[in-house]
Design a protein around this ligand. Structure first.
Ligand code: SAM
Length: 263
């Protein structure tokens, strides 16, 4: 759809409404704030009207009360995942060793590190674009590595991780086609597709997690309500003690698996 040069807020709202944006007023305000000139505003509105996620157009997403940079081709952190961060903050010891596995933009690790006192933060992802983005967000809060799951982490972290954040891809392959275009078209498939039942990556993470967790340390994963019981069994089979936490408000389900404490 072609968008006319935009000058007033109401014109922007109209252009966004025509393009099917549900929160056109809020989005228009953000785009006006972001644009340094009328030309830039036109370009931003055009990209949004063409279907790019608002966060990719703006270059940031709001997560846990702060702006997290999100580059094109990087998974946009979801507000419901703030619940996983809250659960992690509640169980983290002082000076926790935290790993943000499958970190995407690095939003979870950054949120937890800023919520807690003195965290030793390590984040990793397989996608180079995500790793670049996470490095910008994490800055001097921690280290970001590139590679498959645990492979790029320093060996010295084995048996020392207090909090293992893992918001992994968990959409069943057949359901990826049903996602809104913003995710299906503009987020990488590797960030979404969790295999047949959506839990393939979770199985791999759970199998390796006990070797990395400190005694009493916990793995936290997000799942859909439908996947909850299988996810619990995956964590139990890996030797972790599972429990489920649910937020009705954020429509979020988190499964926590805790390693045996020292006896
Ligand atoms: C659902 S996104 C979550 C990103 C981030 N944790 C968040 O919540 O915003 C899943 C992420 O897992 C990464 N990923 C998928 N498979 C991976 C693998 N085998 N090893 C490392 N990262 C992987 C993707 O690149 C993507 O960034």
């Amino acid at each position: 759809m072609s968008v006319h040069p935009v000058s007033s807020l109401s014109t922007t709202v109209l252009a966004l409404r025509r393009a099917g944006c549900v929160f056109a007023e809020d989005e228009a305000r953000l785009l006006h704030e972001a644009a340094a000139s009328p030309d830039e505003l036109s370009a931003l509105v055009e990209r949004r009207a063409a279907g790019l996620p608002l966060e990719h157009v703006l270059g940031w997403a709001e997560f846990h009360g702060r702006r997290i940079a999100v580059d094109s081709g990087v998974f946009v952190p979801r507000r419901r995942t703030e619940f996983l961060v809250a659960q992690a903050a509640a169980l983290a010891p002082r000076r926790a060793v935290v790993v943000d596995l499958c970190c995407g933009s690095g939003a979870l690790g950054v949120a937890l590190a800023t919520a807690l006192d003195r965290v030793d933060l390590h984040a990793c992802d397989v996608e180079p674009a995500a790793v670049r983005c996470a490095r910008r967000n994490v800055g001097d809060l921690g280290e970001v590595y590139e590679g498959d799951l645990f492979a790029p982490l320093p060996v010295r972290l084995r048996g020392r991780v207090d909090v293992l954040l893992a918001n992994i891809p968990y959409v069943p392959t057949a359901d990826v086609e049903l996602l809104p275009a913003e995710a299906r078209v503009h987020e990488p498939r590797v960030a979404l597709d969790g295999g047949g039942d959506g839990l393939d990556v979770m199985r791999r993470v759970a199998a390796e997690a006990p070797a990395w967790l400190a005694p009493g340390g916990s793995l936290l994963v997000e799942a859909s309500e439908r996947q909850r019981d299988v996810a619990v069994e995956i964590l139990r089979a890996a030797g972790l003690t599972p429990r489920v936490r649910v937020s009705e408000e954020l429509y979020a389900t988190v499964v926590v698996g805790t390693a045996r404490p020292v006896t």
